[in-house]
Design a protein around this ligand. Structure first.
Ligand code: SF4
Ligand code: SF4
Length: 341
């Protein structure tokens, strides 16, 4: 499976470059007249400038309309409580960040209540998929490539897995990670309780305990614990869960009705979900287009030293999500051919 690529070249008109890329990759070739086409994107977190710029998305919307499709922008509400937690705040954030270029439909509804349970394979046997994703006839997945504190890397697979599932589906994926507290290191300082968005840690006899099913295995308490007493166990499980969930999402589409565009620009070590992800860690690379989420993510990783940039800080091998995706039946290659056009 070939992945097509244009380098980020400030001396070129990047919309025209993107147009050549999509034509070569056949990005819109499976869209039929009248198809309701989900343009799956991340509209940017409040205060975080690192998202795919609206004019690129506008161009994609125009191309879908040219072939007779009916594009709508979409994303699912976040598991963490910030500016995209419910549809109202999510839509406000989308407008503020410039996404008024097509209808924006929050895929899982006002309070993340709109979803369907779908069978999948791998570490998960089923996953809840956001309703508007299930109902869409076709999908163009636009992803921003960046590092991720839990899964090492976020691209197309993560965009399918976390981005197309409601709160409950995201929680299931996060909770494939186990958490343990080393009580020989814990001094009962309560920092973990104070920083937890849901105030979940309990301090019993001077030691922290985290037993709530609502714990979303976010990295906050682990990062803030002054004695490094909190550890994640089996962290690679979330990479496998991303693959399982992505497969579940794809099972709701006819074969070949989903295409992918990855933007490798403003690449940070931390995820786009943080309001302040830090400075880019490498130069902008370019735009990729393909019809496989595994291949397009692998193509990006081939262009960088991901072991050093992503695996080392996250303490997980980000290639796991790609190899697992291929293992459980998502078409693609871990070492794809990249054609620069
Ligand atoms: S922050 Fe760390 S040391 Fe403090 S109570 Fe929590 S686990 Fe214990
Ligand atoms: S991982 Fe820690 S901070 Fe995150 S929800 Fe669980 S207890 Fe709270």
């Amino acid at each position: 499976m070939v992945v097509y690529f244009v380098p980020w070249d400030a001396d070129q008109n990047l919309i025209l470059e993107a147009e050549r890329l999509y034509d070569k990759a056949g990005t819109f070739s499976s869209i039929e007249k009248g198809d309701l086409v989900a343009v799956k994107l991340h509209v940017g977190e409040f205060g975080n400038p690192n998202y795919v710029q609206p004019f690129f998305v506008h161009h994609v919307v125009q191309k879908i309309r040219e072939v007779g499709g009916k594009p709508f922008l979409t994303d699912s509400n976040t598991l963490y409580c910030a500016q995209r937690y419910n549809a109202y705040d999510h839509m406000q954030t989308a407008l503020m960040n410039g996404f008024n270029i097509a209808p924006f439909i929050v895929a899982d509804g006002l309070k993340s209540e709109n979803s369907r349970m779908v069978k999948t394979r791998g570490i998960l046997s089923e996953i809840q998929v956001s309703g508007a994703i299930v109902e869409a006839d076709a999908m163009v997945v636009i992803s921003h490539c960046k590092g991720h504190d839990l899964s090492g890397f976020g691209g197309a697979i993560k965009n399918l897995a976390m981005g197309c599932t409601p709160h409950a589906g995201k929680l299931v994926q996060h909770r494939t990670i186990d958490l343990e507290i080393d009580h020989t290191k814990c001094n009962g300082c309560k920092t973990c309780k104070n920083v937890c968005p849901n105030n979940l840690p309990e301090i019993i006899k001077g030691k922290a305990h985290i037993t709530s099913e609502a714990c979303m295995r976010c990295p906050i308490c682990r990062s803030e614990c002054p004695t490094k007493a909190i550890n994640f166990v089996n962290q690679e499980n979330i990479c496998k869960a991303l693959a399982s969930a992505a497969l579940g999402v794809l099972e709701t589409f006819q074969p070949d009705k989903v295409s992918y565009i990855n933007f490798a620009k403003d690449i940070t070590q931390h995820c786009d979900c943080l309001p302040s992800p830090g400075a880019p860690i490498i130069n902008d690379i370019g735009i990729f287009a393909a019809n496989s989420p595994a291949s397009i993510d692998a193509a990006f990783l081939k262009k960088i030293n991901y072991q050093q940039l992503f695996n080392k800080p996250s303490n997980v091998d980000c290639m796991t999500q790609i190899t697992e995706a291929i293992n459980i039946g998502i078409p693609g290659e871990a070492n794809p051919e990249i054609q620069t056009i």
